[in-house]
Design a protein around this ligand. Sequence first.
Ligand code: PEP
Ligand code: MN
Length: 263
Amino acid sequence: LVSRKKKSENTIVDIKGEKVGDGNPHLVFGPCAVESYEQVATVAEAVKAKGLKLLRGGAFKPRTSPYDFQGLGLEGLKILKRVADEYDLAVISEIVSPADIETAVNYIDVIQIGARNMQNFELLKAAGSVNKPVLLKRGIAATIEEFINAAEYIMSQGNGQIILCERGIRTYERATRNTLDISAVPILKQETHLPVLVDVTHSTGRKDLLLPAAKAALAIGADGVMAEVHPDPAVALSDSAQQMDLEQFDHFMKELKATPFAR
Ligand code: PEP
Ligand code: MN
């Protein structure tokens, strides 16, 4: 169903009027994790001020260590909803359990399925059974074919509002957190009719590479870019080293807008 052979026109995923896949770049910013109302609202204000619409923030955090901050859970989703309503933004947040999907649709505008859950088939089926856009991230060690099959799981349940997200894969290279597979973007665009985003934060894990990676993503045909922004990354409860502060966010946006590919 996700194959280009089945449908030649591009799928456009409409997120509260933001039409991802329409040929314009769509940018998603926000903190790694929802930590407080004030923290999210501060980023929302900066996002809004730039004329952007899409805000991200994790409420359920799939952390490598069980002793790390696990997220605020439902409380985090409530914060996101309040901020989305107050700032007229659309929010994207990761859901990790099939049991939370039905509740989540009342609070968020896009269900994110994270890299670690790309082959959690029960979660994929649950997300495929609701009428809500899904942002599906590529698994840490997933081939492009496996990634496309994961999207197929969602669509086979009836939900065709899927955005694919390349977020880097695990390789032998340690200079970056993951290896951004930039060629996956045109391959996914050729093989499927779905929009494709690139997460420059989790793929590179390096603030100095966010801008060049974002430029490369748009130049190669991505439908948008995701990056993490936190009001005070030094005290962030997760991914402290790689989130942009608000000043870096300003600079990032100015530079990105100045490139020929981004308007
Ligand atoms: C995230 O976007 O918050 C995240 C955890 O990313 P990934 O699933 O790609 O690691
Ligand atoms: Mn993160």
